[in-house]
Ligand binder design. Structure first.
Ligand code: PHE
Length: 453
């Protein structure tokens, strides 16, 4: 069975594919933006606590569910609790895969276009000029939709090659390139004049903010998204993994790589930002990547090359994530509905593209989708809230309840121990039963209140 639905060829291949899923726009764009909004180093500290105490246990749990059942997220819950409604948790994940991909691919398209703009030096001037350039660019409907299509086509093309020949091969090629570019860029950034101010902001925590519930809320949400949790991506990848891998150890590799990349992205962006006059990390928001950094690339010596490397890196990171987003619904149609891979990939890509169009148009091209009447935000932002801020935490909450209290820790440990005894098993059991569900429940409620209030 495992061979018909595909499997990873090696432990290294799996780790790179799962790390590829995790490392994405969330690390290189989202993390520094959130650090800027959350007050710098205090956010970083809270983020690390969330990653290791709440997210790592969930990743281990997802992998265990996937490998035990060898099924897509819906099928996995059906195997473990037949006749119950738990499969709905998996179904939410399958929908989230399409939902997240629909706007993620739009942004990935922007990063791709900025490779070209960086190389040709098209973006120059102060923040007014780079901001106007970005505004005009995202407001161009055919361009935005065309770029989204290219991203989805690359993603679909990879998936058509299967798990080993497509996903594993592609991530094995892209991830090392990404890591090399990241290292080079970090070295360049910390040696910029004025880098110290950025480093101090990034690394010296203001302890009064560490216990701020808003900081905790933002940090946990960010960690969830960054580690690709709550939608069954790790259930799916775990289902392609051989029984002799030690799941907890593999999971820790993925967690460490993802976190290291996020931290390194901050090491690039804060020194770079602070080396510009008048930089305000708090108010630069989402424009950080497309508006703030190009000013620097336009002025520093060799800036074209650095900008080029930066946007290539961002695009590579995004593509290895879109692959996993599409693989979740694909595996569902293959496993639970008996479709062949080709049909599943093509149909899902078509649906995603249709759903992506309002997100692509919602940044100036269409007044309606840019500011939905009665909602007070654009379509892309609405999608991000629905899927990132709600669907993922709800999925993670249900998964932790399921593994901790329904399937139960001793059964999960049977699976986790197949590739050698799992280190820290008792601690994992405690975290997944009590700490994860309580913490995630808190952020779901807090996010809902925040939105209403
Ligand atoms: N982890 C990816 C990122 O940081 C996004 C993602 C979320 C991918 C959920 C798959 C599943 O960009």
């Amino acid at each position: 069975m495992a061979s018909a639905r595909g499997s990873f060829g090696s432990r290294f291949g799996f780790i790179l594919a799962a790390a590829g899923s995790a490392v994405g726009l969330g690390n290189i764009w989202g993390f520094p933006t959130k650090v800027g909004q959350g007050g710098g180093a205090a956010f970083v500290l809270v983020y690390l606590v969330c990653v290791f105490l709440i997210c790592a246990p969930i990743m281990i749990a997802e992998l265990a569910v996937g490998r035990r059942t060898g099924k897509d997220p819906v099928g996995a819950f059906k195997v473990l609790r037949p006749g119950s409604a738990w499969w709905l948790t998996g179904a939410l994940g399958v929908l989230a895969g399409v939902g997240i991909l629909s706007f993620y691919s739009v942004i990935a398209g922007w990063t791709m276009a900025y490779i070209y703009y960086a190389a040709t030096g098209a973006v120059t001037g102060d923040s007014t000029a780079t901001g106007a350039f970005f505004g005009q660019f995202v407001g161009n409907a055919p361009l935005s939709i065309g770029l989204t299509f290219v991203v989805l086509a690359i993603t679909a093309g990879t998936l058509l090659g299967g798990v080993k020949g497509g996903i594993e091969r592609m991530t094995k090629a892209l991830m090392p390139m990404l890591l090399v570019l990241l290292g080079l860029l970090a070295i360049r950034a910390v040696t910029l004049p004025g880098a110290e101010a950025g480093l101090a902001y990034y690394l010296n925590p203001d302890f009064s903010k560490v216990f701020d519930i808003r900081v905790f809320n933002a940090a946990l949400g960010q960690a969830f998204f960054s580690l690709s949790l709550g939608m069954g991506a790790m259930i799916t990848y775990g289902s392609y993994l051989s029984k002799d891998e030690n799941l907890a150890k593999s999971a820790m590799w993925v967690v460490v790589i993802d976190t290291a990349v996020a931290l390194a992205a901050g090491l690039i962006i804060f020194p770079a930002g602070f080396s510009l006059a008048g930089f305000d990390p708090n108010s630069s928001g989402p424009g950080l990547i497309f508006v703030v950094l190009p000013q620097l690339f336009a002025t520093m010596p060799g800036g074209h090359l650095v900008g080029l490397a930066f946007f290539v890196m961002l695009t590579l990171a995004a593509i290895t994530s879109t692959i996993s987003l599409l693989e979740v619904p694909t595996s569902h149609l293959i496993d639970s509905h008996g479709w062949d891979r080709k049909k599943a990939v093509l149909v899902l890509t078509g649906i995603t593209l249709l759903l992506a169009i309002p997100s692509a148009l919602g940044n100036g091209a269409s007044a309606f989708f840019s500011n939905l009447p009665g909602v007070g935000m654009g379509f892309l932002d609405l999608m991000a809230i629905v899927w990132n801020d709600f669907a993922l935490p709800v999925g993670g909450f249900l998964l932790s309840i399921f593994v901790g209290h329904v399937w139960r820790v001793d059964k999960a440990l049977e699976e986790l121990n197949t590739g050698g005894a799992m280190p820290g098993a008792a601690l994992w059991g405690f975290l997944i039963r009590w700490v994860c569900p309580v913490a995630i429940f808190m952020i779901i409620v807090f996010t809902a209140l925040d939105l209403l209030g």
